[in-house]
Design a protein around this ligand. Structure first.
Ligand SMILES: *Cc1c(COP(=O)(O)O)cnc(C)c1O
Length: 462
């Protein structure tokens, strides 16, 4: 019963899967009916031998596995997983540390501390900021905005952790008109409400307009939180953070920056300028599972004032033995208590990349995004809708007969998904249908871009 054969088998299967990644069709190969047939089984009365379970799971799941970790997956902003990060993630599972408290796992705690320091260094953020290792950008935005809520209400003499929002001073929340959906869900979870956020007009690239922000802030009385964005999920554009930070400071507002993927621009000397002013914010959300290419689930909630971060998150219970100074208790910085030791994969990825490797990863993806935009733009009937400042490309397709470009762009996207050479999805950008290409995988090469661009153009000409 207690042998490790399933682990060896899983490692073997994982290797074989990863080796097929560059060649297999990117989309899933099976239908819902296929997957139901092989995966939907009754709970057995008697257990199935472990190696058989792993073998059959691998085989049965395969038709429903998308080559998302591979080099030609350009949907959403996904990233892959560096083999070193996957390996560290396997160890994380094998060690099975509950990383909530120092006493549960000193190794997990200290590795998170080290990785936190490296992240702050690469992002160009204050070295005294606190970092919570959360599940992703959603929880990073939630955690940071919980800290924001604490701080602005504390300044107004209100203890939101004890008294909640019942009878509290009104909190003004100001967001760019193109804030990510997870900002609004975070506002919902925090009792601030999604619809109460004041939306600031954006420019042609989706950047917050500072003249509009000034006007909105002029009407905000009392506690105020401003949410800016580093990396628009469609265009990759950055809000003008320097000016936003100074406007927020004038109003004593808390400034939060959602940099789920865009904050990584700071790690690249060639793109660092996009993040100018970012250090002037009070909190930052970013992801490891996107551009750092570590496995899911990995995000970072970073707060300039560690005391505020802890006040908003820490769990007090008599049986929880808190560590002394210098001994990190992860539960001070994240919403969870029991949790995966997700610092190990981040540590492994950063150590293997180094400062130069992190910069190269960002720069390579941006160069490849420009290459994709260049090839597509050169073809008749293709328009690139955004300034390709980072890793995101928006393409729009006009049919040869000059008909409906929205419908035709959707058709091209459907055909490309069906074709399987690469995978990407659609979006609506300022009222116009577009194909959205995100280059965020360590293994993507120029040949992958050329092959994918050729597949896209082939489908557009069909
Ligand atoms: C992806 C993304 C998020 C959400 O991150 P998850 O890791 O998917 O929870 C938030 N903001 C932006 C700008 C994003 O691109």
């Amino acid at each position: 019963m207690n042998d490790f054969a399933p682990l060896a088998r899983a490692a073997e299967l994982a290797r074989s899967f990863l080796a097929t990644l560059p060649a297999r069709p990117v989309r899933e190969s099976g239908s819902l009916a296929d997957l139901r047939r092989t995966l939907v089984l009754p709970l057995p009365d008697t257990g199935v031998p472990p190696v058989q379970v792993i073998d059959e799971l691998f085989r049965a799941a395969d038709p429903g596995i998308v080559a998302m970790a591979g080099p030609r997956y350009f949907g959403f902003v996904i990233g892959g997983s560096l083999p070193v990060a996957t390996a560290a993630d396997w160890l994380t599972s094998a060690w099975d540390q509950n990383a909530g408290l120092w006493v549960d796992s000193p190794a997990a705690a200290i590795v998170e501390d080290v990785a936190a320091g490296w992240l702050l260094d690469l992002f160009g953020l204050p070295t005294t900021a606190s970092v919570g290792f959360v599940t992703g950008g959603q929880m990073a935005n939630f955690t940071c905005l919980a800290a924001a809520r604490h701080a602005v209400l504390d300044r107004a003499g209100w203890d939101v952790e004890q008294r909640g929002l019942q009878g509290a001073p009104v909190v003004n929340v100001v967001v760019g008109d193109e804030a990510h959906a997870t900002i609004f869900s975070a506002l919902r979870y925090l009792g601030l409400g999604a619809a109460t956020a004041r939306r600031v007009a954006t420019d042609g690239q989706g950047r917050m307009r500072t003249d509009a922000l000034r006007d909105v802030l002029a009407t905000c009385v009392g506690p105020t939180i401003v949410c800016a964005q580093a990396g628009n999920v469609n265009t990759g554009a950055f809000d003008p953070l320097e000016e936003i930070a100074s406007l927020a400071r004038e109003r004593e507002a808390w400034l939060h920056v959602d940099g789920a993927f865009g904050l990584w621009a700071a790690a690249s000397p060639a793109h660092h300028h996009l993040t100018a002013g970012v250090a002037g914010a009070d909190s930052w959300a970013s992801d490891g599972h996107k551009w750092l290419n570590v496995p899911y689930d990995s995000g970072f909630a970073i707060v300039k004032d560690a005391a505020v971060h802890r006040a908003a998150m820490s769990i007090g219970a008599a049986y929880l033995v808190a560590g002394d100074a210098g001994r990190r208790d992860a539960l001070d910085w994240v919403p969870e208590l029991s949790r995966r030791a997700r610092g190990f994969a981040v540590y492994a990825a950063l150590r293997s990349l180094g400062r130069r490797g992190a910069a190269e990863l960002v720069e390579r993806c941006c160069t490849l995004a420009r290459r994709m935009a260049g090839v597509l733009r050169a073809a008749p009937g293709v328009e690139i809708l955004n300034e390709v400042v980072l890793n995101q490309v928006l393409a729009r397709f006009t049919p040869p007969d000059g008909g409906d470009a929205d419908a035709f762009t959707r058709t091209v996207i459907d055909r490309v998904q069906e074709d399987g050479t690469c995978w990407l999805a659609g979006t609506t950008w300022h009222g116009r249908g577009a194909m959205r290409v995100s280059v965020s995988n360590w293994s993507t090469t120029a040949a992958d871009i050329d092959r994918s661009a050729a597949a896209i153009l082939r489908q557009a000409r069909r």
